[in-house]
Design a protein around this ligand. Structure first.
Ligand code: CAA
Ligand code: FAD
Length: 382
C-alpha cells in the first residue's frame, strides 16, 4: 500500500489544474448561462493530452494510467462540471471503447482525432423508451448480403451528440437473442442517414451539449463494426465500468469545489458575533463533508488502481460512482444551506455546483442501478 502519487501522475494533475484554473474556471459561468459548447477550451485540453489520457502516444494520447485520469478529471470538474462531462465521454466511453475492442485500423482511424481534441466523440446506448433497461433498445441494424448493415432508430440524451464527429453506437442485430443480439458500430456523423435533434435544455452541465439522434437507412460498412456481432452489450457494460470511474471523479471535483468554497465562507461570514464556522452545527457539517469527500476519493482511486492492474473492477467502479455522486449531491446541498441567501444567488457558483451535482446520480447508470450492480455481484442473486 502506497498512498503517494508518481511523478507522472502529479505532472498530469498539474497540467490539468493549470488549464482548469486559467482557462476553464474564468469562463464557467459564461458557458453555464449561455449553454454554448466550449469548443476552444476542449481543444486546449486536447492539445495537452487530456482528451485521451489513457490512450497510447501512437494513437495521439498521453499514454498515462487510470489514476492520472482520475486526478485530471477532478481538476477539470472542480473548475467546471460540463467541461469534465465532455472530457469523460471522449476519454472513457469513446477512446477506451475502441482501444479495448477495436482493431488496428479502427484505432488509427477513430481514436487519434478524438484523443487530440480535434474532433468530439460520443457514445449512444440510451433510447427514448430504454435508459436503465438498456437491453430493451429498439434501434435496429439489419445485415445485408455484402456484410454491411442498415441502421434505423433513435438514441436519446446523447452527450456531445450535437457536435460529435464519430459515435460508438449500439443496435439490435438479432432481437430474439436479447443482450446477446446487440452489436456495436462506429458511426461517422457526416454520412447520409444520420440526423441530430434539438439540443436539450438542462438543469445543469449546461455547456455539455446533449441531443437525440436518429438513423434513417444509415449504412454501416463491415469495417465499421466494433468487436464481433452480438458482443455489443458486453462491450457497452465493460466500457461503462471505466466510464463510472470518470463520473465518480467528476462528482469529486464538483464536491471539492463546493467544499472549498464553504470552508472559506464559514471563516468569513459572521452571525451572532462570531464566524458561522464556530457554531457546532456548522462544524458537524464541515466534518461530514470532509469524510464523504475523502471516502469518495479513496474508493475512486481504488477502482482506478484495479483497472490499472488489469483486474476486474465492475463492483468497485459502481461503489465509487455511487459513493461519489451521493457525496457530491449531499455536499452541494449543504454548501447551499451554509451559504444560505448567497448559496441561492447566481452571484456565487454554489447554486451551479448544486445543479451540476445532480446529474452524477443519473447518467452512466442511476444510483439505483449502481446499487443493483453492487448487490447482484455481492449476493450472486438477481
Ligand atoms: N462487463 C462485461 N459484461 C457484462 C457486464 C460488465 N460489467 N455487466 C453485464 N455484462 C454481461 C453479462 O455477463 C451478460 O452476458 P451473457 O449474456 O453473455 O452472460 C450480459 O452482459 C447481460 O447482463 P445482465 O443480465 O446483467 O443485463 P441486464 O439486462 O440485467 O442489465 C444493467 C444490467 C446493469 C442494469 C445494465 O443494463 C445497466 O448498466 N444499465 C444502465 C445503463 C447505463 O448505465 N447507461 C449509461 C448510458 S451512457 C451515459 O449515460 C453517458 C453519459 O451520461 C455521459
Ligand atoms: P429510467 O431507466 O426510465 O429510470 C427511471 C427511474 O427508475 C430511475 O430512478 C431509475 O433508477 C429507476 N429504475 C429503473 N430500473 C430500476 C431497477 N431495476 N431497480 C430500481 N430502480 C430502477 N445515454 C447515452 O447512451 N449516452 C450519453 O452520452 C448520455 N448522456 C446523458 C446526458 C444527460 C445530461 C442525461 C440526463 C442522460 C444521458 N444519458 C446518456 C442517458 C442516461 O444514461 C439515462 O438517463 C440513465 O441511464 C437513466 O435512464 P432513464 O433516464 O431512461 O431512466
Amino acid at each position: 500500500m502506497d498512498f503517494r502519487f508518481t511523478e507522472e501522475q502529479l505532472m498530469i494533475q498539474d497540467v490539468a489544474r493549470r488549464i482548469a484554473q486559467e482557462k476553464i474556471a474564468p469562463s464557467a459561468e459564461h458557458f453555464d448561462r449561455s449553454g454554448e459548447f466550449p469548443l476552444e477550451n476542449i481543444r486546449t485540453l486536447g492539445e495537452s493530452g487530456l482528451m485521451g489520457i489513457e490512450v497510447p502516444a501512437e494513437y495521439g494520447g498521453a499514454g498515462m494510467d487510470p489514476i492520472s485520469y482520475v486526478l485530471a478529471m477532478i481538476e477539470v470538474a472542480t473548475a467546471d462540471a460540463a467541461h469534465s462531462t465532455i472530457m469523460s465521454v471522449n476519454n472513457s466511453l469513446f477512446c477506451n471503447g475502441i482501444l479495448t475492442n477495436g482493431n488496428e485500423e479502427q484505432k488509427q482511424k477513430y481514436v487519434r482525432a478524438i484523443a487530440e481534441g480535434r474532433e468530439i466523440g460520443a457514445f449512444a446506448l440510451t433510447e427514448p423508451q430504454s435508459g436503465s433497461d438498456a437491453t430493451a433498445m429498439r434501434c435496429r441494424a439489419v445485415r445485408q448480403a455484402d456484410g454491411s448493415y442498415v441502421v434505423n432508430g433513435k438514441k436519446s440524451w446523447i452527450t456531445s451528440g450535437p457536435v460529435a464527429k464519430y459515435i460508438v453506437l449500439f443496435a439490435q442485430t438479432d432481437p430474439d437473442k436479447g443482450s446477446r443480439g446487440i452489436t456495436a458500430f462506429l458511426v461517422d456523423t457526416a454520412k447520409p442517414g444520420f440526423h441530430r435533434g434539438k439540443t436539450e435544455p438542462k438543469l445543469g452541465i449546461r455547456a455539455s451539449a446533449t441531443c437525440e439522434i436518429e438513423f434513417q437507412d444509415y449504412v454501416v460498412a463491415p469495417e465499421e463494426v466494433l468487436g464481433e456481432e452480438g458482443q455489443g452489450f458486453r462491450i457497452a457494460m465493460s466500457v461503462l465500468d471505466a466510464g463510472r470511474i470518470g463520473i465518480a471523479s467528476q462528482a469529486i471535483g464538483i464536491a471539492r469545489a463546493a467544499y472549498e468554497a464553504t470552508l472559506a465562507y464559514v471563516k468569513e461570514r459572521k452571525a451572532f458575533g462570531q464566524p458561522i464556522g464556530a457554531f457546532q452545527m456548522t462544524q458537524a457539517k464541515i466534518a461530514d463533508m470532509k469524510c464523504k469527500l475523502d471516502a469518495a476519493l479513496l474508493l475512486t482511486l481504488r477502482a482506478a488502481w484495479l483497472k490499472g492492474q488489469g483486474q476486474r473492477f465492475t463492483t468497485e467502479a459502481s461503489v465509487a460512482k455511487l459513493t461519489a455522486s451521493e457525496a457530491a449531491m449531499w455536499i452541494a446541498h449543504q454548501a447551499v444551506q451554509i451559504h444560505a441567501g448567497m448559496g441561492y444567488s447566481k452571484e456565487m457558483p454554489i447554486e451551479r455546483y448544486f445543479r451540476d451535482a445532480k446529474i452524477t446520480e443519473i447518467y452512466e447508470g442511476t444510483s439505483e442501478i449502481q446499487r443493483l450492480v453492487i448487490a447482484r455481484n455481492e449476493t450472486g442473486l438477481r
